[in-house]
Design a protein around this ligand. Structure first.
Ligand code: UD1
Length: 377
């Protein structure tokens, strides 16, 4: 069977890596192909992940680049249609909820090529998120829906999706986490900081940074970074409150950096005591930073899941989540706080000294890719 796997943006790489590796273990059954749409395209957001996660070079690169959602999705559909015609796969496999996921599933469905979706069934029930639209469209069009948990199964059944198409396989991100965890734990934090530093004060080389722990921050959702007032308030909170108590390591997404520079906030951050600004770091480096953090602040869905399995207390800068299992009320380590300062402050004060409490939901066991591929044989 000719299986065409698709990657487009950073969060796809850790989901496709174990799947492609598992396919390649069965060369008599599968002829795997990898297509990179090029939504993320630079060294830190894309290229560095291929050798680090041992993903083979893509067979086709569509180089769609940045743009509005319509531009990205439109360009991807045009280029992917061509890739389908040239390569003629039996099955297209997409992962997650980025624009590439949606664009390639629509194109494949129109070309009457079967689609399988890894990480199906997640719902935030918030259609102001582009990712929610991508999830709904992709799931609607998929012939096989590989889900991470029972809540996702229920979401799909509630939408009238045929039970026979839904396969509960667990969370494939955790396959990648388990594969690289040991290597990550051997990395030196000071070296990660030195190699990736963009600015911030002189704390990084001081031993106390690592001895007493630190807070880790990532931020990229339009709801947090695109509105200058909201972004300025968040910067005030992190600079004046969090960084006064704990060193704050921030891996800065390109979208956020552009907004910070445009809003005149970048200078303030680079001169702020206690804040260490890093380029977007590789997967294994991020895992190491997460393993050593006392608390995480993030609006990323994938990091919420990783915090859950590693036990890192995680303040989620969103008002909802498509990953409820990661919340403390379900046994996870995350609390929703949106971008409201009162809620953020409260969560910071109550969670900064919590002990690590790792939590693995059923089938988040590192064997999801194995189950997916076994079900395709
Ligand atoms: C995308 C995904 C989001 C995911 C995130 C992880 C969608 C709708 N969103 O959002 O779900 O959590 O990736 O990063 O698909 N840029 C670079 N270099 C790159 C890639 C992007 O500088 O390699 C810049 C772009 O020029 C753009 C900005 O970053 O201005 C945002 O990129 P984009 O792909 O539009 O969306 P993300 O915010 O990264």
């Amino acid at each position: 069977m000719k299986v065409m796997a698709v990657v487009g943006a950073r969060p796809n790489f850790m989901k496709i890596a174990p799947f492609v590796r598992e396919l390649r273990r069965h060369p008599l059954c599968f002829d795997p192909l990898l297509v990179h749409t090029g939504q993320h395209y630079d060294e830190t957001m894309s290229a560095s992940f291929f050798p680090a996660l041992r993903i083979p070079e893509p067979d086709a690169h569509l180089a769609v680049g940045s743009g509005t959602h319509a531009e990205q999705v439109g360009r991807t559909m045009i280029a992917f249609e061509q890739a389908l015609k040239t390569r003629n796969p039996d099955l297209v496999v997409v992962a997650g909820d980025v624009n590439a996921t949606c664009a390639c599933s629509v194109t494949a469905a129109k070309e009457r090529v079967k689609v399988a979706h890894i990480e199906a069934g997640l719902r935030s029930f918030d259609r102001s998120m582009p990712e929610e639209i991508n999830r709904i469209v992709t799931d609607r069009l998929s012939d096989i829906l590989f889900t991470p948990d029972e809540i996702a199964d229920r979401n799909l059944l509630n939408e009238g999706i045929d039970r026979a198409k839904v396969k509960l396989v667990g969370n494939i991100m955790i396959d990648t986490l388990d594969t690289h965890r040991e290597a990550a734990s051997r990395l030196n934090l000071g070296e990660i900081v030195t190699a990736n530093r963009m600015g911030g004060d002189g704390l990084a080389s001081g031993a106390s940074l690592w001895d007493d722990g630190y807070a880790l921050l990532t931020l990229h959702r339009p709801s947090n970074v695109d509105d200058p007032d909201i972004l300025a308030r968040l910067i005030g909170f992190f600079a004046d409150e969090v960084a006064h108590e704990l060193p704050l390591v921030w891996t800065v997404h390109p979208r956020s950096r552009r907004r910070l520079e445009a809003d005149g906030l970048w200078q303030r951050l680079t001169g702020c005591p206690g804040i260490i600004l890093l380029e977007p770091v590789g997967y294994i480096e991020m895992l190491r930073l997460n393993l050593g953090a006392r608390i995480m602040f993030t609006d990323s869905g994938g990091l919420q899941e990783e915090c859950c399995v590693l036990g890192t207390p995680c303040v989620t800068l969103r008002n909802n989540t498509e990953r409820p299992l990661t919340l403390r009320e379900y046994g996870g380590t995350c609390e929703l706080a949106g971008n409201d300062l009162v809620r953020l402050r409260k969560r910071f004060l109550e969670m900064r000294s919590l002990p690590r409490r790792p939590f693995r939901p059923p089938m988040w066991d590192g064997r999801t890719a194995e189950r997916i591929v076994a079900s395709m044989m």
